[in-house]
Design a protein around this ligand. Structure first.
Ligand SMILES: [Zn+2]
Length: 489
């Protein structure tokens, strides 16, 4: 399958791939529809922004098999957009046993004309013991191998399993890559999301991404909450499926990109979708449960697709980092999880474009963006033709180089150009210590690299405590003390 990448930012991308029922633009959400419970008619899902839907082949097989074989899954659901079918692995996880084989469910998905088929993998829950996870994975890999026979004209999604064992996740991705899927679907992660274990989720995604080629389509199985979309897209996930819009609605829960609200706690509706514009929280609370459930599900879909469009626009503007850094502040576990990217510098460096339009500093996480480190590397190659070099923290002063956190050393002639010239960064005195230390780290590397030169660093006294243990070829001059001296004279 061809995955055409149109634009990218961080590790995320806007892409397109072709199915038997038309193109799909990613990142996107596949609303999950149960063919037997019609909450929102599948044909109406397009109006929310759906380009593809997901349904459960196992449930169709158990309840409407003959009809599906006769009509095909699209006519059964009444849609003309692509349909992905799930194999029943989730039911397998819940009920422990299914009266169907891998081959039967694959053949059925193919016969009913599914656009993306999935083998019956074993979704091992988080924290499973190693042997269990490994044995489950071996079964999954065998089933993935036999799936190739049933592929036909459909696309094949290969689940990535392995519980919370990162080496098994990598093994799963490597084996799936050898088999050759069209989509790689990271599975078994819903329990992590339900319990806010975002650190585990981030690690799993990054380990899997480190194995798969950059043009692989990545599906995050069962991820349907808008609060994690920006982080997941920024880590390179392309597809999400959402049963959450319906499950949460059933439970009177209201989705927002900042987290979940209970309808009973809402005095105001913080959204402008057609539902929230029309009804007040009290009107929703007072209406029949069945009517309310539909309206909440509709809001949940509107807000989910709105977040996807916001993320796509951020990719277009190359400010996905800024969006993610605002989103991670909605939950401490999400904040902690994002900080893990520091451990995956190499992979982030490969994906994230160096040149962007702007750099807005939002907090210490902004220091982890590859551009900061890449700038520090790049600056080492700047040629210095003077014997004595002046570095200053004050841009108003004449100097050869300036110090600007979090970037470090900036040549005077580059002060107007990207990244520094296009950055919005608070003044040093108001910045977090981490950003200042990052700048000093860059400065020290620069000084070490040019150990044959003499440097005069002119700083205000605020900087003094950060500039300890500098090499011998450096003299520090304190700007505000010098001013004091001037006054005394
Ligand atoms: Zn709304």
């Amino acid at each position: 399958m061809d995955f055409e990448i149109i634009d990218k930012d961080v590790m995320g991308r806007i892409g397109k791939f072709e199915t038997n029922h038309g193109k799909v633009e990613t990142p996107t959400i596949l609303p999950v529809v149960n063919p037997n419970i019609e909450l929102i008619p599948p044909k109406d899902l397009k109006k929310f922004g759906a380009e593809i839907v997901m349904t459960n082949a196992y449930i169709i097989y158990k309840t409407r098999r003959d009809e599906a074989l006769e009509k095909g899954v699209h006519r059964l659901l009444g849609v003309d957009i692509p349909v992905m079918t799930d194999s029943g692995s989730y039911q397998l996880m819940i009920y422990g046993d299914l009266e169907i084989t891998n081959e039967e469910i694959l053949s059925f998905q193919s016969k009913i004309g599914s656009d993306i088929i999935v083998p019956l993998d074993i979704p091992t829950p988080p924290d499973a013991d190693y042997d269990t996870a490994l044995n489950d994975l071996k079964v999954t890999i065998e089933r993935e191998k036999s799936a190739l026979t049933f592929k036909g004209k459909s696309l094949l999604a290969l689940p990535i399993q392995g519980s919370t064992h990162l080496d098994l996740r990598k093994l799963s991705a490597k084996e799936a890559l050898k088999i050759g899927g069209d989509v790689y679907a990271i599975g078994g992660i819903v329990p992590l999301m339900d319990t806010y274990r975002f650190q585990d989720l981030v690690r799993i995604i990054l380990e899997v991404k480190s194995v798969l080629p950059s043009n692989s389509v990545i599906h995050l199985f069962g991820a349907g909450h808008p609060m994690i979309f920006s982080v997941a897209v920024a880590l390179g996930c392309d597809l999400f499926d959402s049963a959450a819009y319906a499950i949460y609605a059933k439970d009177d829960r209201y989705l927002t990109p900042y987290g979940t609200k209970k309808l009973e706690d809402l005095h105001y509706l913080p959204c402008s979708c057609p539902i929230c514009s029309k009804y007040s929280p009290n009107e929703l609370k007072e209406m029949e449960k069945s009517e309310r459930e539909i309206l909440l599900a509709e809001h949940n879909l509107y807000v989910s697709f709105e977040e996807i469009r916001r993320i796509k626009q951020a990719i277009r503007e190359n400010n996905l980092f800024e969006l993610v850094e605002s989103r991670i502040r909605v939950h401490p576990n999400l904040l902690k999880a994002w900080r893990i990217i520091r451990e995956y510098k190499d992979i982030l460096d490969i994906y994230d474009p160096f040149i962007k339009q702007s750099f807005f500093y939002t907090g210490i996480e902004s220091c982890y963006r590859p551009v900061v480190r890449k700038h520090q590397d790049r600056i080492l190659n700047v040629e210095i033709d003077k014997e004595e070099v002046v570095i200053s923290t004050d841009e108003g002063e004449l100097a050869d180089f300036y110090i600007k956190p979090p970037f470090g050393v900036i040549p005077a002639e580059m002060i107007e150009s990207y990244p520094v010239g296009h950055s919005e960064v608070p003044q040093a005195e108001l910045m977090e210590e981490e950003a200042l230390k990052m700048a000093v780290e860059g400065l020290k590397r620069f000084l070490d690299y040019h150990s044959d030169k003499r440097f005069k660093i002119r700083v205000n006294s605020f900087w003094m405590k950060y500039l300890k243990n500098l090499p011998k070829n450096v003299v520090i001059e304190c700007l505000d003390r010098r001013k004091d001296l001037d006054l005394q004279e």
